[in-house]
Design a protein around this ligand. Structure first.
Ligand code: SF4
Ligand code: SF4
Length: 339
């Protein structure tokens, strides 16, 4: 365990920035925290979490995949990626760190997504324990301990001191180069106990996911409650765009002056054209699209991933949906007393 005075945070970020590009939560002009590239003058936010999750660093909203240059009948494939930069994402909350595991099981399974894999290899995660969890947080429902965040380096902050605990070789290598002061664990142990006390007092602390899982397809697919749950959904896709675990994307081509560029961008199962094929649209109604999103997180994903759920309880969909619909309401409606 190392430590540094909070008053010296700028010096810490400057030292990190000598070898890595550093991103951290900073308050924007609208007062909301967003991951921002650190440079002199950028101040680490005191907000609990960012509006957009840290998945953007590994699975960006849009990215160019390749170019096709055409001359006569020949087509040249040009790899346009530029992912050689080592970077640090500082201040990632425990829920968002878990979301990388969810994404890894999709993008690092065969065939490996080499774009995602390269970013994972170059990124170093500095997580941050949640001393002030929000009322919308329910990470504990999915077995996540916000007092013990994973990542390459787990951080703990109080009014005066930042504590840094290396969890991986990658994290230790970064910390070793920073020459920080060693620390005992007493202050962090006390903070962990306080965090767990606060987590237990949250409104959603008792929420259980035990009624859901990979074997619940028959139990939930045809439930009549989907109609009421989905009928006011606008299909805006906000819930999918702020969600750290949503991983659907589309791949498209467009013509440039010299050839064709292929790119991918996030898609949303809430959109009417999602997975539309030449044979037609597989989900014709918003009810089917809405059901797909929640069944994926609570049933299909665990069915294919050793029981792990596709939600990390970050609470973003609870605070961003314009009609106040969210996964907690779905769980409580379908699961009844068991939730
Ligand atoms: S559930 Fe809410 S955020 Fe998601 S698509 Fe429907 S209206 Fe939009
Ligand atoms: S479904 Fe909602 S609470 Fe769960 S990870 Fe996605 S945004 Fe967070």
């Amino acid at each position: 365990m190392r430590k540094i005075a909070v008053a010296k945070l700028d010096a810490l970020f400057a030292a990190m920035a000598k070898t890595h590009t550093v991103y951290l939560p900073a308050d924007g002009a609208d007062g909301r925290a967003q991951y921002t590239r650190w440079e002199a003058g950028v101040v680490y936010s005191t907000a609990l979490n960012t509006v957009r999750s840290a998945k953007d660093f590994f699975f960006p909203q849009t990215e160019n995949l390749m170019d096709f240059k055409m001359e006569g009948k020949s087509i040249e494939l040009i790899d346009t990626r530029d992912e050689g930069e080592d970077f640090i994402v500082f201040g990632v909350r425990a829920c968002d760190v878990r979301s990388f595991d969810v994404l890894d099981r999709v993008f690092l399974a065969e065939p490996v997504d080499s774009y995602y894999a390269a970013r994972r290899a170059h990124g170093v995660i500095f997580s941050m324990a949640c001393t002030r969890p929000a009322e919308t947080c329910f990470c504990k429902t999915f077995g996540i301990d916000a007092a013990e965040p994973a990542g390459d380096v787990a951080c703990y902050i109080d009014a005066d001191t930042l504590y840094l605990d290396a969890k991986t070789e990658k994290g230790e290598a970064v910390l070793a180069a920073l020459g920080l002061e060693d620390s005992d664990t007493a202050a962090v142990d006390a903070q962990k106990a306080l965090i767990r006390e606060r987590l237990d007092a949250l409104p959603l602390s008792g929420l259980s996911a035990a009624a859901f899982g990979g074997d619940k397809l028959d139990e939930y697919f045809e439930r009549p409650e989907w109609k009421t749950l989905s009928e006011t959904c606008l299909g805006c896709g906000t819930c999918t765009f702020v969600c750290p675990t949503c991983q659907c994307y589309d791949i498209r081509d467009f013509k440039t002056n010299t050839g064709v560029r292929r790119y991918r961008c996030w898609d949303s199962c809430m959109y009417s054209e999602f997975t539309k094929m030449s044979a037609g649209q597989p989900r014709l109604t918003q009810l089917e699209r809405f059901r797909q999103r929640f069944m994926h997180k609570l049933v299909y994903y665990p069915a294919n991933n050793d029981g792990i759920f596709g939600c990390v309880g970050c609470g973003r969909c609870l605070s961003r949906c314009p009609i106040s619909m969210n996964i907690v309401k779905v769980m409580k409606t379908l699961g009844g007393k068991n939730v």
